[in-house]
Design a protein around this ligand. Structure first.
Ligand SMILES: Cc1ncc(COP(=O)(O)O)c(C=O)c1O
Length: 387
């Protein structure tokens, strides 16, 4: 990536994960050109969407039937409304620090622009609290929606037992479990649901889904999604002018089937996770208290020294360290997000990753002592907050 002043960077912002395919993948580029040659805005189903849906269904078996929309936000809105419709219940359980779209954000202190769903706020990774809240609300709980990695809060990974608890408790409460895999579906061939071996009732996708063009999808168990079958009397409507737009369908299909194949997805995840572990090893070897939270191609730099399980564990000071590395990176030829997030992309080579390691090593040399002092201050702040 080269800026207007001629500085060149390795792009670890990766459009916050939507840039999985990089800036100009030749296969996707060609697919878009071919699609343009065939004509756009033609109305009605097009030749790409059923094949794309079929390919997604093979990758994410929880999506027995699925529908396309224009964004991750829209996918989540439809998943939640669908859950309310099929369960005939109102409440939606979400987790503090979650981000399910521009109108469903759950930072500490809330978001005045959230949609007026009847949300119940729970603590990420807290099995006991989640169990209690699901049981207490079970007569009116339509769904629990959860990100397998809590992205906006700093890519905090969900624990296996947390998801096993959510699966068991929603099942017995008759509520739907919705996995928001808008970001995490890139974590291997079948996303995080494949890694956990858990089948949610519904799944939502977005970000890289459209090969770099706007797009989203929601789907799930056939008996749930059958309500959208237009041949059935009284079926649900899901209209949207550009839901199946030719360019997104063509680019997404080409990407999923010819670029981000299951083999490539698994290999990419492993290569990316290797970088995360190497960066962690580098900081551990120098006893600098930093941690790289996340998994594979999605991770965030935090102040270390204390476990980070849920959003409240991430202090503002920890976020400042991410910002500091963002600045240091820009001065040294790598771009990460201002909040300390790293997103890797398919075109990355070992040389790009080596560059990240070298820049991080120089960061640790320059700021290691200061970071140790900040970590001490951070744990004092956390102890005070806990008291
Ligand atoms: C986990 C998650 N869900 C949903 C969304 C919303 O997707 P979109 O920006 O396409 O509306 C995002 C976007 O960052 C996200 O990270």
């Amino acid at each position: 990536m080269t800026d207007l002043d001629g500085h060149t960077y390795v792009d670890f912002v990766g459009e916050f994960s939507a840039g999985l395919y990089g800036h100009s993948d030749p296969v996707i580029r060609q697919a878009i050109i071919d699609a343009l040659d065939g004509g756009t805005v033609l109305a009605g189903p097009n030749q790409y969407e059923a094949r794309f849906a079929q390919a997604l269904k093979l990758r994410f078996p929880s999506m027995e039937l699925l529908r396309f929309c224009n964004s991750g936000t829209e996918a989540n809105i439809f998943a939640l409304l669908t859950a309310q419709y099929v369960t005939k219940r109102r409440k939606i359980m979400v987790f503090e620090g979650a981000y399910h779209g521009g109108t469903m954000v759950f930072p500490a202190g809330g978001n005045p622009l959230n949609l007026p769903f009847d949300f119940i706020l729970a603590t990420y990774n807290d099995c006991d609290e989640s169990t209690r809240l699901i049981r207490e609300n079970q007569t009116d709980l339509a769904a629990v929606i959860v990100e397998p990695i809590l992205g906006a809060a700093g890519n905090l990974p969900g624990r296996d037992e947390f998801f096993a608890t959510l699966r068991r408790e929603t099942q017995s409460a008759g509520s739907l479990l919705i996995f928001d895999e808008v970001k995490t579906s890139r974590c291997g061939a079948s996303g995080m649901q494949g890694r956990f071996g858990i089948t949610p009732d519904m799944t939502t996708l977005g970000k890289y889904l459209g090969g770099g063009l706007p797009g989203g999808a929601f789907g799930g168990r056939a008996d749930i999604m059958e309500h959208y079958n237009p041949y059935k009397p009284g079926s649900l409507r899901h209209a949207g002018t550009f839901n199946n737009n030719v360019c997104t369908m063509a680019a997404g299909l080409a990407g999923l089937t010819n670029v981000f194949t299951p083999q490539r997805a698994d290999a990419f995840h492993d290569e990316s996770e290797k970088l995360r572990l190497e960066l962690q090893a580098l900081t551990d070897a120098r006893s600098v208290p930093l941690s790289f939270e996340g998994l594979g191609s999605l991770f965030t730099l935090h102040l270390g020294g204390t476990p980070l399980l849920h959003a409240a564990d991430v202090t503002p000071l920890s976020r400042q360290v991410g910002l500091l590395f963002h600045m240091h990176g820009l001065l040294n030829g790598i771009a990460i997000a201002g909040r300390g997030d790293f997103y890797q992309s398919l075109p990355m080579t070992q040389a790009h990753r080596d560059k990240a390691k070298a820049v991080f090593a120089s960061f640790v040399s320059e700021y290691g002592d200061m970071i140790s002092r900040l970590a001490e201050q951070n744990s004092t702040t956390r102890r005070t907050m806990a008291i």
